[in-house]
Design a protein around this ligand. Structure first.
Ligand code: HEC
Ligand code: HEC
Length: 271
């Protein structure tokens, strides 16, 4: 009988629950969204990046203004809103992009900013702002190629990308050639690498992000080679990739003969 509505009051309550909009986003969802969508340009309490430090934003603006701005920065600006105009000027005319944030998400993000502001915790890093040294370029190249391991264990960039001067046989083809990225992202390249906005990179780095230092060094390397002609995309990279695959299958065969038999049947004749 537990599943039956015992009283009319219960029934009314259930109908009410169905009618109210979906539950507010949980705090950890808001934090994940902030990391994914906002952190390449903003920190909470670690200083300004492309956009202002958002610590205490609701003490300098009303919540309504912040809600509206997060959902539609362009429209706020187009209305001639004086605060938005001033912010744009302070940000060297870099406009905050339209990010398709829903009202619920905006409310959760503001709540998140207020929680961090109140507790004094910070979210995001400002990135590193100093000229790159030859040491940075060397390390950046080694990280890119996977000859140096990232502290958190993220995969090498070369496994999905190529760039001039990296690897002797070009790189992976899942991601684009990165020679144009420095021109596209300018001084925000390190931030874009540290907090990638691309689903495929979030999958690879979400749980094992680069440190600000690592992102800075990889970005410095990319800046240093961006003007060079693109690498010849050698036929060798897929060949080595294939040899690597066969090698690991061979290792697998030695470990457990039966398990890979079916796979080998398909692969070995082509080799
Ligand atoms: C590509 C960079 C970029 C991204 C991504 C970005 N912003 Fe912004 N944001 C800016 C810039 C730049 C400004 C300053 C206003 C302007 O120039 O448009 C700004 C301003 C703001 C302001 C007003 C700050 C103040 O001091 O009044 C808020 C609030 C804000 N952003 C929240 C967010 C949130 C939340 C996200 C993620 C959903 C986000 N932004 C994503 C660049 C960005
Ligand atoms: C698992 C594969 C993978 C790995 C590993 C990877 N990336 Fe990517 N990356 C991609 C893909 C795919 C895209 C294109 C996403 C898109 O356009 O939607 C991309 C896009 C980019 C972009 C933007 C390019 C542009 O023109 O806008 C940059 C910059 C970048 N990656 C840098 C890096 C760096 C630096 C590393 C190493 C720290 C790295 N990536 C590691 C898959 C990867």
């Amino acid at each position: 009988m537990a599943t039956r509505f015992r009283t009319t009051a219960d029934l009314a309550l259930s109908i009410l629950c169905l009618a109210v909009p979906g539950p507010a986003l949980r705090a950890q969802d808001a934090e994940a969204q902030f990391r994914k969508t906002c952190m390449s340009c903003h920190t909470i309490g670690s200083g300004a990046k492309t956009g202002p430090d958002l610590k205490g934003v609701t003490t300098r603006r009303t919540k309504e203004w912040a809600m509206a701005f997060i959902q539609a920065p362009g429209a706020t600006l187009d209305r001639g809103d004086p605060v938005a105009l001033q912010l744009l000027k302070d940000a060297n005319n870099v406009k905050m992009p339209e990010l398709g944030i829903t009202p619920q998400e905006a409310a959760a993000l503001i709540q998140l900013i207020e929680d961090f502001t109140k507790s004094g915790k910070t979210l995001g890093t400002k990135g590193i702002d100093r000229p790159a040294t030859p040491f940075d370029l060397t390390r950046g190249k080694q990280f890119f190629e996977g000859r140096l391991r990232f502290a958190q264990g993220g995969p090498s960039c070369l496994s999905c990308h190529s760039a001039s001067g990296a690897g002797f046989a070009g790189g992976g083809r899942l991601g684009p050639l990165l020679n144009a990225a420095p021109g596209k992202y300018g001084k925000n390249l390190a931030a874009a690498i540290e907090n990638p906005a691309f689903p495929s990179m979030q999958g690879a780095f979400g749980q094992r992000p680069l440190t600000p230092e690592e992102a800075f060094q990889v970005a410095a390397f990319l800046h240093s080679v961006s003007a060079q002609p693109p690498p010849k995309r050698s036929v060798l990279f897929p060949v080595f990739g294939f040899l690597g695959l066969v090698g690991s299958l061979e290792a697998g065969r030695r470990l457990g003969r039966k398990r890979f038999r079916g796979v080998r049947k398909n692969l070995i004749p082509k080799a």
